[in-house]
Design a protein around this ligand. Sequence first.
Ligand SMILES: O=C(O)C1=C[C@@H](OP(=O)(O)O)[C@@H](O)[C@H](O)C1
Ligand SMILES: C=C(OP(=O)(O)O)C(=O)O
Length: 449
Amino acid sequence: MSSHGEPIPMQSSKAGPLRGEANVPGDKSISHRALIFGAMAVGETTITGLLEGEDVLDTAKAMQAFGATVTNHGGGKWSVRGVGVGGFSEPENVIDCGNSGTGVRLIMGCMATSDMSVTFTGDASLRSRPMARVTDPIALFGAQSHGRSGGRLPMTIVGAADPVPVEYVTPVPSAQVKSAVLLAGLNAPGQTVVIEKEATRDHTERMLNGFGASVITEEVPEGRKITLTGQPELKPQEIVVPRDPSSAAFPVCAALIVEGSDVLVPNIGLNPTRAGLFETLRDMGADLTYENLRTEGGEPVADLRAKYSPNMKGIEVPAERAASMIDEYPVLSVVASFASGKTFMPGVKELRVKESDRIDAMAQGLRACGVQVDEGDDWWAVHGGGAGGSAKGGATVESRLDHRIAMSFMVLGMGTPEPVRVDDGGPIATSFPIFEALMNGLGAKVARA
Ligand SMILES: O=C(O)C1=C[C@@H](OP(=O)(O)O)[C@@H](O)[C@H](O)C1
Ligand SMILES: C=C(OP(=O)(O)O)C(=O)O
């Protein structure tokens, strides 16, 4: 169900060739950060190409509640008048982050070192997700938290009135946790250090440097060491949000499995901390090329061209690549059912604590469509059928308040003999509100069922 309404059952039927240009929306991770960092800067930040999905709109509302002025100028142009690091005022009401783990965890971080008490909640999916991964490190700064059992929302955080800087080794590979600690460190004196064993997406580090903070990243024997100097004055920026590689994954993967397809997905960021899916697809033998490879805003960008790929082979996806494609495993598992042999995906325990348990959600749905899936605690494997796929379709799958599950099964239905239905496509609006129109514009048959 969309956070605002009734369930929206959807169906996807076998598509003709998918052809044309897929202009996917702005990057979700960068959109959240543009609003949050803009709110912590002194003066007006402008944002072009903001993702206007529910997750990001909930973050925009939250920043208003903390005292920033967020204005939508239309056409993807927004501005944020910030209140400076340490300038937040205590919200008068509960902060509802909807479906967004990124929103709630980053915002918890950035209020944790201010003298205020804030209560957070979200939809049924977000209320089931673990928050101790953030409340543990912010406690080291002096913040307290009181939530439901198991560290679940709703939860009240009492920020530290007199914060101290922190050195923290993240126990899970999570950019949300790393970012929460760095954001808390912004309003603490001295240097806050985060060490992560595996590199996760580095948008916080890059963007905070752009806003004028000092964030230094070093490779050390333990992994990546990130040192932030607290209490900077953040300077407003003009941000152009690149398109989201995690959204690009859907038209790219659809093109690979639908006969005769040739789809161009322009202007996709290929930051190495985000591009693992495309590498994996190429390793599987996908006809996926990078055209017009260039550097924009210090990041590699290319136009992706994906063509029907009847000769893909199942592979073992390197576990060390997991963080760079963590949101893309659901749709990769769909492609894997159209490769020959087995695709083995180890080192992916984090998939079990996303909007849903994504291994379980995909495994159950794929099995209902006729695909053999094996799974363990932190791995899973999909048995493919080669060009025609191993899935027959013909099932209705639960999307479990998870946009990526809903979109992945819509992609599956584009290549299966029988249509695939999801009980609720509403969550798609959290990250990719134009999914249905964009895919149908390429030649897909996605419809409200
Ligand atoms: O920092 C971010 O913007 C995100 C980090 C990832 O979560 P984790 O940090 O939990 O891995 C990812 O799944 C999410 O969609 C966005
Ligand atoms: C995991 C995701 O998002 P979040 O954690 O922000 O809810 C996602 O978009 O796939």
